[in-house]
Design a protein around this ligand. Structure first.
Ligand code: TH1
Length: 844
């Protein structure tokens, strides 16, 4: 029977393979096929959108074949796989990335040209799936690209939300307006519903206790009172220049029973669909909070739903390979992307104890060897703590297990004296504050064999402060793995002209999968001809952005000899967009005071800001309003003209970032030292020849180390000094310590220059009072650093040298380097490239 199956397999492959050959004529036929037979109505589909769909189906066909081959090969080789569990994936558009990675850009270009379409326009039809908030989700997406590119056996696991991150617009008052992101209203060809993978997930219910006849020990069994179904939806992840194609599996929630006919026949139509609606609710919407815990029951359900489905899927694949449960840690390395998937720890323990009937010691050993945990933030409001009451209600057996883990862990620390009593309290997984809460990070640390931070400075803070007591107990458990970004999307795809120049200059495109090759650009940093080419590409990209701004915002900006200064990231107090905008107010006020002749001769700058605010984060929304109101005043002031502009770009997204980053001269990463765990956009800017204006925080520090301190506009104090400044603020009042220029800018806000002061009341009071993020203290150095930026820009040779050297030193910022560290130091997995048989592909 097995032989038959194998034979069938190759028969099918032989039958389909000819259809998937990749010359442009074949591609064209495939596109026509899908237009005619896959989409509903040819006559209505013969447009850009229909052609985009049909094109996407042809890409998907190829990916499916590669994915089948990949999975078969991994199974044959019995490889260990990495399983990355993340509640967010911020993938960005798929089509261009896949076409580039498959190295079929030329062929698709030709095929579509023959049908009367341009490839770029086809790319532009795709929606940007926003199943994540920011850095955390985007990091997961970069990791998937690297894992496939470097042939690592890996799976991504996440949730397929019906609604992604909200779409943002700005109303006439300058306020953020949120609109639901209905991204599934049209088909999304790259996500494939896998009807064979449907997994029941339980909630609530009770625990049965019984005596195991064999061992005479007590055993437990959870009887959930409600079930839902986890449905797999697969996104196939192609690697660059390789056949290896991995899978991102996103779960969507379905009801066990679509309709309650009993209620329906009694005329209770609403009640008849209640269960369905409740189930669908679980994966309905992505929580829009970044760096903040949304303490909602539904969020907790999402977290459990994700990990329970994922673990069952992993264990099913293990058993399909006829391997025993004891082999789990050699079969899969499961990475917890922050604490959101921490319930995987008690869930695996439950499966091993209650279903596989292992002993506690066996089960705990397997659990610890399977999991590892990445911490992404130290902000107290982001550290997850869930009420014991809520967990006990939703997942009674898991709460019991968490208590058991805690009890066994604390056993090692005696209660004898006052000191160790104190220590036990600090180490306890369960916190007794007003509410009794489970500290999810503590649980993740205890249940994992490795814990990592995401930059040098961040990992040191974890070791010395946030997880200090744990670090003392398990010094070897804590390691640093600095974040990285994929050079495929963040240079090769988004900046094709620079990509070409680099390839031509290095005489090889190897840098695309080994970014350290960029270091060879150093030799060209002083070369005038090269500098001119480099600068011309920046100008080209600025022009593209200029056109976008004109079309979307009806604002005219120059692109020549104008510094494009950009801050794009979630709006958060710790990221200090408020310091940026107060800086703009101050600069504006200085310009107004100037002699008009001198003003006209000032170097020109446009300050772009983009980023969403969580809908419930009122302070962040006030900052957006202030930015928009300041922008209106400055941009319409005839005295200022085109010397200075402030532009807020609505609806920041991966796609918008791909336009903005290549066009940036200088980008701002100005968080209070010690608050931004890493930051990853800073890396993307450097890669694209943008310079950094930044504080001594997160990955900025490592960029300085690798690209040279002299190539970064750094300012401000070290994290060690922050506490003292905060203390001074509290004791003396922040306003009293504030720089005069900043006071003057605040004055302008207060006297109504930018609209009614009531709009900004909370903001200004905090600044003058405690100023938690020490804007006042850093303001003068910030302005001074911006001045240095403007001065340096007037010396093109110096500027472009810095820009080239920055890029040349960025090889180390590739997520390829990051993943290699995870693979070697945490997961213990190895690349497993598919042998190239028929399709000898050359890298383009
Ligand atoms: C971000 C961090 O703020 C950022 O510094 C880091 O570069 C990035 O993760 C990747 O490591 C985080 N995003 C979130 C989102 C949530 C909770 C915590 C964090 S930390 C929902």
């Amino acid at each position: 029977n097995k032989y038959k199956l194998k034979k069938k397999h190759s028969l099918i492959k032989d039958l389909v393979s000819p259809y998937l050959s990749s010359d442009y004529k074949h591609l064209q036929k495939n596109i026509a096929y899908h237009l005619e037979y896959t989409l509903p109505q040819t006559t209505r589909n013969l447009n850009l959108f229909g052609t985009y769909l049909a094109t996407s189906y042809t890409v998907r066909d190829r990916l499916l074949q590669l994915s089948h081959d990949t999975q078969k090969y991994y199974t044959e080789k019995k490889v260990k796989t990495a399983c990355y569990i993340s509640i967010e994936y911020l993938m960005g558009r798929f089509l261009q990335n896949a076409v580039l990675n498959l190295n079929l850009e030329e062929e698709y270009g030709e095929a579509l040209a023959g049908l009367g379409y341009g490839l770029e326009d086809i790319y532009d039809q795709e929606q940007d799936p926003a199943l994540g908030n920011g850095g955390l989700g985007r990091l997961a997406a970069c990791f998937l690209d690297t894992l496939a590119t470097h042939n690592y056996p890996a799976w991504g696991y996440g949730l397929r939300y019906n609604y992604g991150l909200f779409k943002q617009s700005v109303d006439v008052e300058g306020d953020q307006v949120e609109k639901t992101d209905v991204w599934l209203q049209f088909p999304y060809p790259f996500m494939i519903e896998n009807h064979f993978i449907r997994i029941p997930i339980g909630f609530y219910g009770s625990i049965e206790t019984y005596v195991d006849q064999k061992t005479k020990g007590t055993r437990f069994k959870w009887h959930p009172s409600e079930y839902v179904i986890a449905q797999a939806n697969d996104i196939l992840i192609p690697g660059y220049g390789t056949d290896n194609t991995n899978t991102l599996r996103l779960w969507s929630c379905r009801p066990i029973q679509e309709l309650d006919f009993k209620k329906f026949s009694l005329g209770d139509f609403k009640g008849a669909s209640e269960k369905r609606l409740n189930a669908e609710n679980i994966t309905n919407v992505l929580y829009p909070n970044d760096n903040e815990m949304a303490g909602k029951e539904l969020r907790f359900k999402q977290q459990y739903f994700l990990v329970a489905a994922t673990l069952q899927d992993i264990i099913r694949r293990l058993k399909e390979q006829k391997r025993t449960i004891y082999e789990l840690p050699d079969f899969a390395a499961v990475q917890l992307n922050d604490t959101h998937p921490t319930l995987a720890i008690p869930e695996l323990l439950r499966v091993l104890l209650d279903e596989e009937m292992l002993t506690w010691d066996e089960a705990w050993d397997i659990t610890q060897r399977t999991f590892s945990y990445t911490n992404h933030t130290i902000l107290p409001e982001a550290l997850e703590r869930w009420p014991v009451k809520l967990i006990s209600h939703l997942l009674p057996r898991h709460m019991q297990l968490i208590e058991a883990i805690n009890w066994k862990f604390l056993e090692n620390f005696s209660e004898n004296n006052k000191e160790s009593g104190k220590l036990r309290k600090k180490l306890s997984l369960i916190e007794n504050s007003r509410d009794t809460l489970v500290r999810m990070a503590w649980l993740a640390i205890v249940g994992s064999h490795k814990v990592n931070g995401v930059s040098d400075i961040h990992t040191n803070i974890l070791k010395d402060k946030v997880f200090k007591d744990f670090h003392k107990i398990y010094p070897k458990k804590f390691i640093n793995v600095t974040n990285g970004v994929t050079p495929r999307r963040w240079l090769h795809a988004c900046n094709p002209k620079l990509s070409e120049l680099i390839t031509a200059t290095l005489n090889s495109n190897e840098w695309i999968y080994d970014l350290t090759h960029l270091s060879k650009l150093r030799e060209h940093a002083d070369n005038e001809e090269f500098q001119l080419k480099w600068a011309a590409i920046k100008l080209f990209n600025k022009k593209k952005l200029q056109k976008y701004v004109k079309r979307e915002l009806k604002i005219d900006i120059g692109y020549k000899d104008v510094v494009y200064d950009i801050q794009i990231k979630r709006i958060h107090e710790y990221k200090r967009q408020l310091m940026n905008i107060i800086g703009s107010i101050s600069y504006y006020s200085d310009l107004l005071k100037m002699d008009p002749k001198k003003r006209k001769e000032m170097p020109k700058r446009v300050s772009f800001i983009a980023g969403k605010a969580a809908p419930g984060y009122f302070v962040a929304k006030k900052i957006i309003k202030l930015i928009n109101c300041v922008s209106k005043v400055i941009n319409t002031d005839p005295e200022i003209g085109d010397v200075f502009k402030v532009i807020y770009l609505p609806n920041y997204s991966v796609t918008l970032a791909e336009l903005l980053i290549p066009a940036t001269d200088v980008s701002e990463h100005i968080s209070t030292p010690g608050t931004e765990a890493s930051g990853t956009s800073n890396m993307k800017f450097v890669l694209n020849g943008g310079l950094i204006l930044g504080t001594l925080d997160g990955a900025n520090l490592e960029i300085m180390k690798n690209s040279g301190e002299e190539n970064v506009f750094a300012f401000g104090i070290t994290k060690e000094k922050v506490d003292q400044v905060k203390q001074n603020n509290i004791e003396k009042g922040a306003y009293n310590l504030m720089d005069e220029k900043m006071k003057n800018a605040i004055n302008l806000i207060e006297n109504g220059t930018f609209g009614n002061i009531e709009n900004y009341q909370g903001l200004i009071e905090e600044l003058k009072g405690v100023d938690r993020y020490i804007l006042g203290h850093d303001f003068a150095p910030y302005m001074e650093a911006m001045d240095r930026v403007m001065q340096t820009y007037q010396k093109p040779q110096k500027w472009w040298k810095m820009s080239i050297l920055g890029c040349a030193g960025s090889g180390w910022l590739s997520s390829d380097r990051t993943i290699k560290e995870y693979a070697e130091n945490i997961w213990e997995i190895k690349p497993c490239p598919l042998p190239k048989i028929e399709s000898e592909k050359q890298l383009g």
